[in-house]
Design a protein around this ligand. Sequence first.
Ligand SMILES: C[S@@+](CC[C@H](N)C(=O)[O-])C[C@H]1O[C@@H](n2cnc3c(N)ncnc32)[C@H](O)[C@@H]1O
Length: 290
Amino acid sequence: MAEPRTVSDLLTVGERVLQDSTHLFEDHVHIDLARDLLASALRLDEEELDEDFEPSRAARDRYLALVARRAAGEPQPFLTGRIEFYGLQLKVWPGVFVPRPSSELTVERALRHLRGRKRGKVVDVAAGTGPIALAIASELPRSEVWALDIDEEALAHGRKNARRLGIDNVKFRAGDMYGPLPRRVKGEMDAITGHVPYVPAAELDDLPTEVREHEPIHTLTDERDGLHLLSRAIFEAVEWLKPGGWLLLELSDDFAPKARKIVRKAGLVDEGVASDADGLSVVVEARTKP
Ligand SMILES: C[S@@+](CC[C@H](N)C(=O)[O-])C[C@H]1O[C@@H](n2cnc3c(N)ncnc32)[C@H](O)[C@@H]1O
C-alpha cells in the first residue's frame, strides 16, 4: 500500500501491524484497538472518525507511533490514558494493574445479588484502582463501598477517578487483604468482591508482554502457587460477611474448581460459577449460611 493517508488506510495498516504482533493477548479485536488509537491521536471520539478524512502528517505520525508502541506490548489504556468500565470513563496511569473489561461480570453479579438493598455494604478486596468498587458505588449511590489494596499508588488513582466522577461512597484504604477494615463492620457486609492475584509464579513467563512487562508483579501473582491470596480472600471473608452475604471472586476458568473447593472448606455455601458470553473469566460465587 502507498503511504496511508486517509482514516480508512490508517486503520487498515494499524489493524495489520497489531495482528502481526506476538506481544498481545490473542483475543483482542485489532480493528477496534486501531480505531481507539486513531481517535486518541486525532483527539476525536471514535464516532467522529470519517473514513475519507486525511489527517495531518503530524497526526498520522502520532497514530503510527502509538500503533508501534501497542504492537510492542504497551497496554492500550496506558497509550490512550483512559478506559471505559461499566459505563464509567476511567483515567488510567502506568505503573498499576489495568482494569479489565472482564471484571464487568463481577459488577453485574454483585448488583444482581444486591438488588433491593439500596444501602448495602460492600468490600472490594484487592481493588487496585477500584473499577469494581467505583462501578458498584455509582450504580448504588446510597451503598457503602470499601476498596482495599496493598498498593497505595493504585488507590490514589482510584480516589482521583472517584473525585472526577463525583462518586463519594467509596472508602479507599491501604493494607494487607481485609486488614484496613474497622472492627465495627465485622459481620455487616452484604457482598465481598475480589479479583486477587492468582497467576502461579511458575506461569508468569507464559503471560503476554503487555501484562508481564507493564503491570507490577504483585498485581499478577502471589509468587507461590496462585492459591495463597485466593485462600486468604476466601477464609478471611467469612468474619466480615453478614449471614447470607455473598463472596464473588473473579478467576480464570481453570482456577474455578480449586476456588470452589476452598470455599467449601471455609464453611461457605458453594453457589456455583457465573461466566460471560465469551467465557474469558468466571466469577466463583459463595454465601455465608443464612
Ligand atoms: C489482579 S489485580 C486486580 C485489581 C482490581 N481489582 C482490578 O480489577 O482492576 C490484583 C490487586 O491485588 C493487589 N494485592 C496484591 N497483594 C495484596 C494483598 N496482600 N492485600 C491486598 N491487595 C493485594 C494488587 O496490588 C493488585 O492491585
